[in-house]
Design a protein around this ligand. Structure first.
Ligand SMILES: [Mg+2]
Length: 255
């Protein structure tokens, strides 16, 4: 299936369609310093234009909402979902997960512990409601970082999830990109597109499979790159080559 054919149902049923994108590795190239990540030129503005025409345009990310808002400041028509569904801004309103607040303190404590007692050389990123333990700069620490994350997860009630060159600690709330996409899809009747590049996107691709089985029009866009897991490529209706190709796709949706 070529790009123009794949996008046709979305153009035809734009007002009922949901188009959702992961952020890192999808809208924004992966960079060594996570704080320096930025969407491809023009893509944020293009998504805003789409939001005016489409049923809903969403960015669903493991990043905190505040980070996503840098690129989609208010007033914005783009739905932003951060921390895998714990934080959200939809139709200009905050829409956080109701039980997420109590976990902020635990996260701060665990981040402090990680700084004092975690493997030396591990980078610690506290995102309010989650913590990412990075070994990107020190790949040889992989085993040690994973072991430390699992060891701290048990007694604190947190859950450890593998991610790209990192481990993330999350509150035990059953939210992921799949539950988020399912909820958003329930607000619309038209086709659903999701684009992602990472293990955290798998639940969203699973929801696309379920929607497809139920007769809904869907498009699974997998963004290829050096770190993309092979199992993810197999889920693609459309395999595109990096964030630059995603930017082209966003522009093509708007034509
Ligand atoms: Mg990603």
């Amino acid at each position: 299936m070529g790009v123009p054919d794949a996008l046709e149902p979305f153009r035809t049923h734009a007002a009922d369609a949901l188009v959702a994108f992961d952020f890192d590795g999808t809208l924004a190239p992966i960079v060594d310093d996570p704080e320096a990540a930025a969407p491809m030129d023009g893509v944020a503005a293009a998504l805003e234009r789409l939001a005016a025409r489409f049923g809903e345009v969403a960015v669903i990310s493991g990043r905190p909402l505040a980070f996503l808002e840098r690129w989609f400041p208010e007033p914005s028509g783009v739905t932003l979902v951060g921390l895998y569904g714990l934080e959200a801004r939809r139709l200009g309103e905050r829409a956080d997960h109701p039980t997420s607040g109590v976990w902020r303190e635990t996260m701060a404590d665990v981040a402090g512990l990680a700084r004092m007692k975690g493997p030396e050389g591990m980078d610690i990123e506290l995102k309010g409601l989650s913590i990412t333990l990075h070994y990107r700069r020190r790949p040889e620490l992989e085993g040690e970082v994973i072991a430390w994350a699992e060891q701290i997860a048990g007694p604190t009630g947190l859950r450890a999830r593998p991610a790209k060159m990192s481990v993330e600690l999350h509150p035990p709330i059953d939210e992921d990109k799949g539950t988020v996409l399912q909820r958003l899809a329930g607000s619309h009747t038209g086709p659903v597109l999701f684009a992602g590049d990472d293990l955290g996107d798998v639940p969203a691709f699973q929801v696309l499979d379920e929607l497809r089985a139920a007769g809904r029009g869907v498009l699974a866009v997998v963004v290829d790159g050096p770190e993309v897991p092979g199992a993810l490529r197999d889920r693609a209706d459309l395999l595109v080559d990096g964030p630059a190709a995603v930017a082209d796709l966003v522009l093509a949706l708007g034509t």
